[in-house]
Design a protein around this ligand. Sequence first.
Ligand code: FO1
Length: 306
Amino acid sequence: MKVLALSGGVGGARLVDGLAAVVPADELTVVVNTGDDFVHWGLTICPDLDTVMYTLAGLAHPTQGWGVAGETFGALAMVERYGGPAWFRLGDRDLGTHLMRAAGLAAGRTLTAVTAELAGALGVGPRLLPMTDVARPTMLDTHDGTLSFQDWLVGRRGAPVVTRVWWPGPARPTDAVLAAIDAADLIVVGPSNPYVSIDPILGLDGVRAALARRPVVAVSPIVAGRAVKGPLAGMIESLARRAPSPAAIAAHYGDLLDGLVIELGDDAPAGLATLATATVMGDRGDRARLAAEVLAFGHDLPRRRR
Ligand code: FO1
């Protein structure tokens, strides 16, 4: 069964890690959000691509989820000594990724090509596809003005209340993304922040229409009324003006979803096929178990999409 996962953030990467444990590498493709990307220290930083790549390669920092385990920050300390920006903590090993990505892009290769080179070198089997090869940064209108994503999330710890999320630039998915959606037997939307990790993908030309022809299952990023990680609960309150819940997630995605996987004990949204199970992923065993349950659930969904 060809599986295509949409992923952003740490939660999305962890479910992808589980999928990679139960789906043969040549049957798993991951479309990754690039709305978090920005140029920093003169380098193009792609947090969500790197988080998925490091997680699949077994290199990711085990608790924070992003960055490389066992990092050192010698370069950061030197930048700080020069009075350069040190608010976004780039580690020395992580820097190797940014240097190679910058070199590949400077040589005229696409982000898709460079991602394949880096992931291949790390022994990552599943195909990682950036959602687009052009700049499509996530911008947030907040009570403190319009902010770029990392300035808001990291620079200001996601504190400013968000009133609008939007994207300048062409909404052009890569051909590989659209082809991968068409070839998929099942689409899995990770337990990512819908507003800033999944909507950047859904907002690209032709993506929603392509997904509408496939069975789509999402894993709720809201558990017991709270986000497992990150600023999502507050965003639901300020953007959807409602309490965080699986129903709020289902309402946000609308008719995109055929099924929703929710946490045991949480209320199932009306009118949507749901699977209740343990969705908070601790170790890699949890991730594989949840992934297997998601695939079994998705496989048995009424085939209303073809
Ligand atoms: N998140 C933070 O909260 N603080 C950081 O200093 C930080 C550095 C960082 C460096 C590389 C990278 O790939 C991710 C990094 N992140 C950091 C996480 C990042 O902001 C988020 O993971 C994604 O943009 C959304 O999940």
